[in-house]
Design a protein around this ligand. Structure first.
Ligand code: AN0
Ligand code: CP
Length: 323
């Protein structure tokens, strides 16, 4: 595996899930595979889970790990080509990438959407430059449009907790005071469509996700109808994806105070079939979900985060095997 962005990059999903199950039972089984190999994790944005779980995964495989926080001590990087660099950016990504590649064997990238230029974001411009110029296998640790390590961990969690063969999984938009990327819902939709689940997406009009990720998915604008019979409720905010409203790409479409009826509370959960609650974290309580739901017995947010170590171990293992 030379790059990891999409569910297809992993090959047959059932096989990857089985590998995850086995690795979870003995996560140090391949602790010689990464000997004298180095993972470089490059962060253009903040992180708690991705940083810790991916580093832990690499350590499970016996790797050395270097972490670079681009915005905390490195030179400010220009990412666009053809600009006169007379501003605050001291170095261009096109030199920085091959330099970074020279110190490592694998690269993980966190580079969120800028949410101003849809074409730039949806072309995965920064990630693809790393693929092209680093000479190393590269995996996404949430890039402009996807967060596959999260979606894989989410699927592992659903597999572990499902109480019937083909569970109903609902992805619901929820309010948030700031513009957030579409990466998490894009990947979640893509992975759910590839898995054996009954998948429904619910959101207010205008928040339609890119069909490249949701093609074939059922969209139900009535949140209550969507929740009926649900086994898993996956909450997430995202800003306007610019599909039905191209001029509003990256924007919040309504004052969030008017959208608080979308917050997942006990009444929402009462419409479901005693569903499990999921969220990728970090989550804003009182906006996305109420305290009682996230703290309740059906909440999976902690095991879901713990499974990030497992999804990353599978992905890094596959990349080491293809070096
Ligand atoms: C990010 C997002 O919504 O994409 C990261 C989630 C894993 N969330 C925030 O920036 C709050
Ligand atoms: N879910 C997730 O990726 O969390 P972090 O942003 O803390 O890494």
């Amino acid at each position: 595996m030379k790059s990891f962005l999409n569910v297809e990059d992993l090959g047959p999903l059932a096989q990857a899930l089985e590998e995850a199950r086995q690795l979870k039972q003995d996560r140090f089984r391949f602790d010689q595979l990464g000997r004298n190999k180095t993972l470089l994790m490059v962060f253009f944005n903040n992180s708690l889970r991705t940083r810790l779980s991916t580093q832990k995964a690499a350590m499970n495989l016996g790797m050395n790990v270097i972490v670079l926080d681009v915005n905390a001590g490195a030179w400010k990087l220009e990412t666009e080509r053809g600009v006169i660099m007379d501003g605050d950016k001291s170095e261009h990504l096109l030199e920085a990438i091959p330099v970074m590649g020279s110190y490592c064997d694998l690269i993980g990238i966190r580079s969120f959407a800028g949410l101003t230029d849809r074409d730039y974001d949806y072309a995965e411009t920064v990630f693809q430059q790393f693929v092209r110029y680093s000479g190393r296998p590269v995996f996404a640790m949430e890039t402009a449009t996807v967060h596959p390590l999260q979606a894989f961990a989410d699927l592992i969690t659903i597999e572990e907790h499902k109480e019937n063969q083909r569970p109903k999984v609902v992805l619901t938009w929820a309010p948030h005071p700031r513009s957030l990327p579409q990466a998490v819902p894009n990947s979640f939709a893509q992975w759910m469509m590839a898995a054996d689940v009954d998948f429904v997406i619910t959101h207010p009009e205008g928040y339609e996700l890119d069909p490249a990720f949701t093609r074939g998915a059922r969209i139900e604008y009535d949140q209550r109808k969507a929740f009926e019979g649900a086994d898993f409720v996956y909450a997430k905010n995202w800003s306007c994806p610019g599909v039905t409203r191209p001029d509003d790409y990256g924007k919040i479409l309504h004052d969030y105070h008017t959208m608080m009826h979308w917050t997942v509370d006990a009444e929402h959960m009462s419409w479901t079939r005693d569903a499990h609650f999921m969220h990728c974290l970090p989550v804003r309580r009182g906006m996305i979900v109420t305290d009682d739901v996230i703290e309740g017995p059906r909440s999976l947010v902690i095991p879901e985060a713990a499974n990030r170590e497992i999804s990353a171990t599978v992905v890094i293992k596959r990349m080491l095997e293809s070096l």
